[in-house]
Design a protein around this ligand. Structure first.
Ligand SMILES: [Ca+2]
Length: 409
């Protein structure tokens, strides 16, 4: 964390009225590691997100992983503090606490009490790093902590975003990997969404039974595509209505506009070509222009993808307009919800991936009855949406084409 920011946070911890913080952060207040984050939690856009797990957000459930990583219900798990750099693992501890709290709320596993765990770790001087040998972690967790699963990880900050690398293994003599993946939170305020996604994959939650909605299918077939220049055919130097290519640092010079390859190629398309450094850290993102969307309305999205190795994810990101508060000098668009779509099974032939979503927060998820907070919560209603085409590890080439977003109701 930047030193100046850290000092501001510390200052804010001491000056903020405790009661106000408690109202907003609710159940978070018992976690020591959360102390540092109180000032951030006080931001109006944080409260509802933490409580948004039960939000009626159809999109999230409509796209479970292709291969559910089912583990036996109610195994016991030891969640080690995650690593983070330059902050004495403060951020890593905060993320691990978020995960623990959500595991308990979800009753996914029996959680080893962190305080008990800390004592045993200290007594045995056990050190764990993200790259620790699986067997060493498994042996310690099984023999000293008595748990059948171990979770640990590392949090990297990349600008505003957090890359949460996580490993979960069984602690048998020959441990097996249950989960080894990276989850991206665009900023700290949406960390919960990355954690939710992580636990959803761990739980192997079943695909909800899709009801027949002929009117939605009709709208999907006949309705207008809300994405402008959806096939990347129009433009001079860059495709119109999408990020400018080659002029922004965060593309790392790895995005280009090319003829769509393969027998099923449709004219022009977007190509990512990632080296190992970028694939293993930032990944590459490419954005559409904002698209007007409405809260509480169902949409369907699809894109065609060809990947020569990298993992591909699409983030449909919803934004709301926040008036400046506190020390902020400018009003700004902030991401308040997102619908992620993992393109599992993308390979060296064009394949279409589809999902439905509905940018709605049920009752805004607020844990207080104060009118003021309800007013604040309304700020979260998404007003606009961007499509974020994203790919990461391993290195290689990815192509995107034919982006479709339609309103279904
Ligand atoms: Ca095209």
């Amino acid at each position: 964390m930047d030193c100046a920011v850290f000092r501001i946070l510390l200052l804010a911890v001491f000056v903020c009225p405790a009661a106000a913080a408690e109202d907003l952060i609710g159940g978070l207040k018992d976690d020591p590691a959360d102390e540092l984050w109180k000032p951030l939690n006080e931001q109006p856009f944080n409260g509802p997100l933490d409580e948004a797990e039960d939000a009626d957000y159809a999109g999230d459930d409509a796209n479970p992983p292709a291969t559910p990583l089912k583990v036996e219900a109610r195994d016991d798990i030891a969640v080690f503090n995650f690593e983070s750099f330059g902050d004495d693992n403060e951020l890593g501890a905060w993320v691990a606490n978020n995960i623990r709290r959500r595991i308990e709320r979800k009753q996914l596993y029996v959680l080893l009490e962190p305080m008990d765990m800390d004592g045993i770790i200290l007594a045995h001087r056990f050190k764990i790093a993200f790259d620790s040998p699986l067997k060493a972690v498994a042996d310690f967790t099984r023999e000293k902590l008595g748990c059948s699963l171990a979770m640990w990880g590392r949090v990297d900050t990349i600008g505003e975003s957090l890359a949460i690398n996580v490993k979960v293994i069984t602690t048998a003599e020959n441990p097996t990997i249950v989960l080894d993946d990276k989850f991206i939170a665009e900023n700290r305020y949406v960390t919960q969404l990355a954690v939710q996604e992580m636990l959803r994959r761990l739980a192997g939650e079943p695909e909800p039974v899709e009801q027949e909605h002929p009117e939605w299918d009709k709208a999907w077939e006949e309705g207008p595509n809300l994405v402008r220049n959806p096939g990347f055919e129009d433009g001079e130097e860059s495709p119109d209505h999408w990020d400018v290519i080659g002029s922004k640092d965060y593309h790392h010079g790895m995005v280009s506009w090319v003829d769509a390859p393969g027998p099923d190629g449709h004219g022009k398309c977007i190509k990512f070509e990632m080296n190992t450094d970028i694939a293993g850290s930032y990944g590459v993102a490419y954005y559409s222009d904002p698209i007007d969307t409405s809260e509480g309305t169902r949409y369907r999205f699809s894109v065609r993808v060809m990947s020569m190795a990298p993992a591909v994810k699409i983030f449909i990101k919803h934004y709301a307009w926040f008036p400046s508060r506190g020390n902020e000098t400018e009003d700004q668009w902030r991401e308040t919800r997102r619908a992620p779509m993992d393109c599992y099974g993308a390979g060296p032939a064009w394949k279409t991936f589809t999902r439905d979503f509905n940018p709605r927060l049920k009752d805004h998820g607020y844990n207080t009855t104060k009118d003021l907070d309800k007013e604040r919560a309304k700020l979260h209603d998404p007003k606009t949406t961007k499509i974020d085409l994203y790919a990461y590890w391993p290195a290689g080439t990815v192509y995107f084409d034919d982006v479709v977003l339609k309103r279904l109701e």
